[in-house]
Write a protein that binds this ligand. Structure first.
Ligand code: C2E
Ligand code: CA
Ligand code: CA
Length: 573
């Protein structure tokens, strides 16, 4: 015996008679019901043609939070979050996002298969909720890539970002920079106020760094109190430096943590690809060396990587020993580089620059030995010697020429600088107004009230004071208010970028304008091309110095240079 159901349909003008074994169908329906309705896995059925829901099981109602009738009133489009198909494999399994009745979003895997409901093709969906699993996975990935305390990228992610920057450099030639930041005094905060305060400080530092950077910059915490910023697509080096200066300023402004008063600051080292390095490893090394120097020189300093910083530690040690034992009179010499008045083309004077003829190595650059001499204390003696010798030399020049001598911050700290200068003048007969002392801004940074007093005493001797390597950092500007400098020397890095980067000319213009408004003369260093000369002349920069006119020369050649300039002047007159 069979149960027979007879169906009659007209399809395309043809009479279709279907005979179905009902007994079997009933069995299948019961089976379907029990597999469907009572299944702990959420399922629903929708019409293939309209997308409307035809059936839903209890588990799905629990998952989505609808009553049966509410659910059946909806279509699939209403529970799917648009555009979120995450993975689609062979059309039967999809990872996507669904929305529940109360608006929560679920990550689900939807398995689909075709079925027949009331003779219509329908789609049965089986849902696996992977929200929790994904959240856990995402959290693990996040932890692997971020610093848990600050939420910043960690070293791994930072390196990946650097690699991406290298790729884009190859594609469109955009150079990029890295800024390494090390907090000054962090250890003190940690030791005196405890770890909770240290953590709070790191979080505050993070917040400030995030405010300072552009969207495309990447801030990372590399460990401890060390942070880094990747600055992609750099046009002007000064942009990187300005960012660094703002970081120093904003972090130094942190005065309280957890209600306790603190004093912190930041030291910064920076380097760029391709300017300083060709690959990521050496870029980080360069920035690290610059940071090391920044920390050594004075707190709150920004340093670019410079050639010579990468001298190997052992090499440096050897040089240190040789420098200690060096006989100054025999091994050292001063060279003199002319400084030219821009408007008249006349000679204004010379800058004295130290040269070391090392018996074993030959010539060693001051960029390499001055920092070592500063550390070892040799600069004390060397500085006194340089002042005395340079003044004696300059006393033989025409009286209208000015001698510039570099003086290191160390000479302010140790020894009697005012006495040394007084002796050098008295011993040579050089007029005080013929002597100009060049200092860097770090002189005003450390123990500034003592140093300020020394500067004032020097001024009262009649000596001029120039601010060397002038950059545009906020700090530099504040120094101009602290002390009436006679001269600003615009750092070579800006002059070098004239013509390469439009902003650098704007910066140079601003510095010259600033100087003019304060009654301070400006000298541009490192003028190498006629184009730079012309740009600087157009900006009314007072004086120029650079290889375009002459490199520093030995004292034997000074007279010849003076001769040509004076001859020319008398020829023109
Ligand atoms: P500085 O005071 O900024 O001196 C200018 C430097 O720029 C000199 O380097 C000079 O040779 C170089 N220079 C001048 N024109 C050009 C140019 O057109 N292109 C390029 N690329 N370079 C140019 P030098 O002689 O190697 O001295 C390096 C630094 O060492 C000086 O920088 C100064 O900070 C320090 N130094 C030199 N002599 C003394 C000194 O007697 N005492 C102290 N404390 N520091 C000194
Ligand atoms: Ca100088
Ligand atoms: Ca300089």
């Amino acid at each position: 015996r069979i149960g027979l159901k007879v169906g009659v349909d007209i399809a395309g003008g043809v009479l279709v008679v279907t005979l179905t074994d009902i007994r079997d169908l009933k069995g299948r329906e019961t089976l379907f019901r029990s597999l469907f309705d009572d299944n702990p896995v959420p399922m629903f059925v929708r019409s293939q043609s309209t997308g409307n829901f035809l059936n839903v099981n209890e588990a799905a109602l629990r998952l989505y939070g609808y009553s049966r009738s509410d659910f059946l009133d909806r279509s699939l489009a209403e529970i799917r979050v648009d555009g979120t198909t995450i993975r689609e494999s062979d059309g039967r399994e999809m990872v996507l996002r669904h929305r529940t009745a109360d608006g929560r979003e679920l990550d689900v895997i939807e398995y689909t298969s075709e079925t027949l409901v009331d003779h219509q093709v329908a789609i049965l969906s089986t849902i696996v909720d992977i929200t929790e699993r994904k959240r856990a996975e995402a959290h693990i990935t996040y932890l692997a890539h971020h610093d848990p305390l600050t939420g910043l990228a960690n070293r791994t992610v930072f390196t990946c970002e650097l690699e991406r920057a290298v790729v884009s450099l190859k594609q469109d030639g955009r150079r990029f920079g890295v800024v390494l930041i090390d907090l000054d005094n962090f250890k003190t905060v940690n030791d005196t106020l405890g770890h909770a305060a240290g953590d709070a400080l790191l979080i505050e530092v993070t917040a400030r760094l995030k405010e300072l950077v552009r969207k495309t910059d990447v801030v990372a915490r590399l460990g401890g109190d060390e942070f880094a910023i990747l600055v992609p697509a750099v046009e002007c080096r000064s942009d990187v430096e300005e960012l660094g200066q703002r970081v120093i300023r904003d972090l130094t402004a942190i005065r309280k943590v957890d209600g306790a008063e603190i004093v912190i600051g930041a030291s910064i080292g920076a380097a760029m690809i391709p300017d300083d390095a060709a690959d990521i490893d050496s870029l980080l090394k360069c920035a690290d060396l610059a940071l090391y120097r920044a920390k050594q020189s004075d707190k709150g300093t920004f340093r670019w990587f410079e050639a010579g910083m990468d001298m190997r530690q052992r090499e440096r040690r050897a040089l240190e020993i040789e420098l200690r034992g060096a006989e100054i009179d025999r091994e050292f010499e001063l060279h003199y580089q002319p400084i030219i008045r821009t408007q008249t083309g006349k000679l204004r004077g010379f800058e004295a620059l130290l040269r070391w003829h090392n018996p074993r190595r030959g010539m060693v650059s001051p960029a390499d030995f001055i920092p070592i001499a500063e550390e070892t204390g040799k600069l004390d003696e060397l500085g006194r010697w340089a002042l005395a010798v340079a003044c004696r030399e300059a006393a033989t020049w025409p009286r209208e020429l000015v001698l510039s001598v570099n003086v290191s911050p160390v000479q302010f700290r140790k020894g009697d600088l005012v006495g040394t200068v007084g002796l050098a003048l008295a011993g040579s007969g050089l007029e005080p107004h013929q002597l100009e002392i060049e200092i860097t801004e770090s002189v005003l940074l450390s123990a500034s009230s003592t140093n300020l007093a020394i500067l004032k005493q020097l001024r009262s001797l009649g000596v001029r004071i120039a601010l060397d390597d002038f950059r545009t950092g906020y700090s530099s500007l504040s120094y101009l208010r602290q002390f009436p400098f006679n001269r600003l020397k615009i750092d070579r890095s800006f002059v070098r970028e004239i013509g390469r980067c439009p902003e650098s000319l704007a910066i140079v213009r601003a510095v010259i304008g600033l100087g003019a408004s304060l009654g301070i003369d400006t000298t541009a260093e490192g003028v190498e091309t006629v184009a730079q000369l012309e740009a600087l002349r157009a900006e009314k920069c007072g004086e120029l110095q650079g290889f375009l006119f002459s490199p520093p020369v030995a004292s034997e050649s000074v007279a010849a240079i003076i001769g040509t300039y004076f001859e020319e002047a008398s020829r023109l007159a």
